[in-house]
Every structure is written in C-alpha cells, then in structure tokens.
Design a protein. Structure first.
Length: 159
C-alpha cells in the first residue's frame, strides 16, 4: 500500500488530500472518495478506514474541505455545506481522472456533515457507484427544530 500527498482545486482553492493505492495493481480499480464531518480533518481517524478499503482492493482519496485542515481558504474553520458539496464534486472529478481508477466505480464515503454531501453528490451524479455513510447529517433544519423543542435552553449556545 502506498499513500501520497496530492491536491485538487475547488472554488479556486487547493484542497489537500491523501491518495492511497494498493501496491502492484495495474488494473482499473474502484475509488472511494472520503471526507470528514463538520470541522474534522483527514488527520482525525480516517487512516484506518482508508487502509481497510485499500486492503479490500480499492483506491482511496481522503481530502480536507476548503477552509479546513491542510486545505486552503480563509477564514479558517469556515463551514459551508454548499462549498463542501462543491469540494466533494471536485474530488470526484479528480478521482475519475486518476490512473488505474475506473471512472464508473467511484464510491462516496461520508461521516456526519460530509454524509450529507455524499448523499447529495450521489443523488446528482448517476455515475456514482455507491455510498458509504456513517451517521450522516442529512437534514439540519429538522435537527435544529428538534433541539429547540427538546432543549430550548440551548438556543444561546446554537447562536
């Protein structure tokens, strides 16, 4: 297994990524495009998942969204679901152009907030082969309404 540092452009900014590849494989393989949730980075626990997927025979692209981690963008820690979806789509396009990656076998992987962008990307791109979702944050408005009904004292914290 090899891991290399790569990057791609999204919204005019550089998104930092790791590319994991199985050793010695020349054929076109499926590729899993992974990103973390809310404000976490690729350094926060994704390595074990990526290595497991590579050992199962996939190429894996793990990236940081713009404004997060090693990626470019200011202000830092800026969260935008629209921009993160754009980043996801840019990562998918980047993965499709990689050597030894089958462009019709792209799988999106998302945790928490990035689970939402994974679903949105898969729903809007019929070429996506599958999605792996861990605790996907799919409807922020519904979750906010539930929190406010159940815990109204948390409104100042949310704001």
């Amino acid at each position: 297994m090899r891991r290399s540092e790569v990057s791609f452009i999204s919204g005019g900014l550089r998104c930092a990524a790791w590319l994991y590849r199985p050793s010695g494989v020349q054929q076109d393989l499926p590729c899993v495009v992974m990103s973390h949730g809310f404000s976490l980075t690729r350094h926060d626990g994704l390595t074990a998942y990526a290595e497991t997927l590579v050992n199962a025979g996939a190429v894996v692209l793990v990236y940081d969204h713009r404004h997060i981690g090693d990626s470019g963008g200011s202000p830092r820690q800026f969260i935008s679901t629209l921009r993160q979806l754009q980043d996801r789509r840019a990562a998918i396009a980047f993965a499709r152009d990689l050597d030894a990656v089958h462009p019709e076998k792209i799988v999106v992987w998302g945790y928490s907030l990035s689970g939402g962008s994974a679903v949105a990307a898969a729903a809007s791109d019929e070429r996506i082969a599958g999605a792996i979702l861990m605790f996907p944050f799919l409807d922020g408005r519904a979750r906010l309404a539930t929190i406010l009904r159940s815990y109204p004292s948390r409104l100042p914290w949310l704001l």
